[in-house]
Design a protein around this ligand. Sequence first.
Ligand code: SAM
Length: 219
Amino acid sequence: MGKELKNLLINLIHDQELKSCASRYLEGKLLDIGCGTKPYKNLLSNYIKEHIGIDHESTSHDKSNIDLIGTAYQIPVEDYSFDSAICTAVLEHLEEPELALRECNRVLKSNGIAIYSVPFIWHLHEEPRDFYRYSKYGLKYLFEKTGFEILELKALSGFWVTFGQLLVYNLYRLNRSFLRWFRLIDAIGLFIQAFSYCLNKIDKTEKWTWMYMVVVKKK
Ligand SMILES: C[S@@+](CC[C@H](N)C(=O)[O-])C[C@H]1O[C@@H](n2cnc3c(N)ncnc32)[C@H](O)[C@@H]1O
């Protein structure tokens, strides 16, 4: 329960943007790289024909939605197999991002589209497999170097969402005994997220974004 509540605002923002990009760009057979539990299965189902998820053997996530066991570096399919790809919150976990982008490029058809979401300001997670954070300049450099054209590169929030979200995560560290019993942290967390949402409308300083969403096309 706590995990969903504490991620409510960022999930809302991320899902809205992913849906908007999916409706405009995704089609056909889709590869979900580092799919985890395949959380966007329903959200994407109107836009694509097939949703194939790949994740690695020792993932910490539930494996029941994984279709292909492999890594982002070695996807066990032929060249030009997919019309589209998504890779959400995975690039920071890859020690060799350039190799992974080249591999995604290989399995996409010509002019195939990929959507990536990549954090810029976020705490360590899924340790020890947490290697990098990316600025928009780093992302542009990496995607162009690996054979992609950038169609969209959008900061998903300003300072207040990032700040509010980090504060909420920090508060949840106190979520013990009587505090959990009274759902006090959940209530404070929801209040902070609502407040951050409003402030983000007024001041969206993209320099402080927690995450970028990037839409790229295989050249
Ligand atoms: C933060 S989770 C994101 C999961 C899912 N994409 C989402 O948006 O909820 C990171 C995912 O990357 C996967 N991952 C980490 N290293 C990987 C690798 N080398 N190849 C493929 N997947 C990897 C993890 O197993 C995990 O499922």
